[in-house]
Design a binder for this molecule. Sequence first.
Ligand code: ADP
Length: 220
Amino acid sequence: MRIVLVGPPGAGKGTQAAFLAKNLSIPHISTGDLFRANISQQTELGKLAKSYMDAGNLVPDEVTIGMAKDRMEKPDAENGFLLDGFPRNVSQAEALDEMLQSESMKLDAVLDLEVPKEEVVKRIAGRRICRRDSSHVFHVTYSQPKKEGVCDVCGGELYQRDDDSQETVRKRLDVYHTQTEPIIDYYKARGLVVTVSAVGTVEDVTTCVMEALKPDEDGK
Ligand code: ADP
């Protein structure tokens, strides 16, 4: 399966993506994670991306599209992938189409995780992420780790992302609204969008997502 995951920052894309990828045996490709890996390895790409990310802006398409393409061309993505955070604007969506068409491939679904704005700000402000594995996510009030600052799953150090400050979150939401939301209409026109409410426990959302991705009775 080839799936694109969209939703505002804080919708829980990373959490759901990790679960889904495992369940469907496809790689989870997160452009945000790829950028963060480049930042921690201090590559040129990382240095460039950091300035945009910290300001809550999108990293320029020339850089992002090439990075996403390289990742999608790896052998593990041959039979499917779950894209998280890419495409993030219409020109990236068009670039993805071209890439897929040239390989005679197509997307199966675009999963749109919906969450109210106020909820997003609350979620992100208290979010803490494991340095070892970004799918291990906690929250200072909603989902506290047993020991402060330590990941329950693997013992890694928990930290707050540089772009999770209140001010940057507002900017990211703004960017989401103006640049990313239009891709939902772009994919709706092709009947690919499945919308799922991302409010509720992680397990509730996961159940709804799996249900939404089940083929229709007519096999579509
Ligand atoms: P979130 O969805 O919570 O905002 P991500 O980890 O997906 O977080 O992305 C963090 C930041 O990385 C974005 O705000 C943006 O600066 C950059 N980024 C990630 N994916 C893309 C993309 N496809 N195009 C441009 N910038 C991106």
